[in-house]
Design a protein around this ligand. Structure first.
Ligand SMILES: O=C(CO)[C@@H](O)[C@H](O)COP(=O)(O)O
Ligand SMILES: [Co+2]
Length: 245
């Protein structure tokens, strides 16, 4: 699996001993499949890879933790043979623990979950890592950054939601920008290689705000799959330089 594409490899070299070295690396773009044509998912994931996406973001919704239902591990597994990108699985299900192994076996490379999805966040992250996968925590707009501190040593990614989870096509919540900056400081202070990903309402207009606040990875559904030219849409999100500090 091409997890360590250029952007990831460079990121791992950018923080030394908790000090940001000033080295830049490519911004990672992870299109969200939620906005794709569900009647043509195999073609859609192949097209997004050809268009220059870095990761594929897969939103898993159960109609219970969030008021929408998307798809499960069988679909993730079916898509694996159509796409060589790292699979970034965003679980919006509760409980999440009973399904971690199923998503790992289906082909997830990174599994992220919400702290509210179970009673034992630390144990859930340990389980993901024991399955040989990268682990992430997702913060809703109403969830503070402080929940990260006790689990920092288990994290490969922090996902900051800039909409309330459950649906694509919502408007970006600018109120989350200070939290993104706060988490960037926490990550840099930790000295660990942790991605800071933003999800919800990311467009060519809001992407620069996310990057300015400290993000290195952007999820975009509507702003990519909702456009006629996927390559141009991805390129628009990378503007102006496509590099992040
Ligand atoms: O997790 C979610 C929504 O809950 C996201 O990944 C959305 O799928 C992003 O869609 P856009 O806001 O980019 O249209
Ligand atoms: Co998502």
């Amino acid at each position: 699996m091409r997890w360590r594409k250029a952007g990831v490899a460079c990121l791992f070299g950018s923080v030394v001993g908790g000090i940001n070295t000033g080295v830049t690396r490519p911004l990672i773009i992870a299109p969200s499949l939620l906005a794709a044509d569900f009647a043509r998912l195999g073609e859609e994931v192949a097209a997004i890879e050809a268009a220059g996406a870095d990761w594929l973001h897969l939103d898993i919704m159960d109609g219970h933790f969030v008021p929408n239902i998307s798809f499960g591990p069988a679909v993730v597994k079916a898509l694996r043979k159509h796409c060589g990108l790292p699979f970034d699985v965003h679980l919006m299900i509760a409980p999440a623990d009973p399904y971690l192994a199923a998503f790992a076996e289906a082909g997830a490379d990174l599994i992220s979950l919400h702290p509210e999805a179970g009673p034992h966040l630390h144990r859930s992250l340990q389980t993901i890592r024991a399955l040989g996968k990268k682990a992430g925590v997702v913060l809703n707009p109403g969830t503070p950054a402080s929940v990260l501190a006790p689990v920092m040593d288990l994290l490969d990614l922090v996902l900051v939601m800039t909409v309330n989870p459950g649906f694509g096509g919502q408007s970006f919540l600018h109120s989350q920008l200070p939290k993104i900056a706060e988490i960037r400081r926490m990550i840099d202070a930790s000295g660990r290689d942790i991605h800071l990903q933003i999800d919800g309402g990311v467009t060519a207009a809001t992407a620069p705000l996310c990057v300015e606040a400290g993000a290195d990875t952007l999820v975009a559904g509507t702003a990519v799959f909702g456009k006629p030219d996927y390559a141009a849409a991805i390129a628009a999100l990378r503007q102006p330089s496509g590099m992040v500090a």
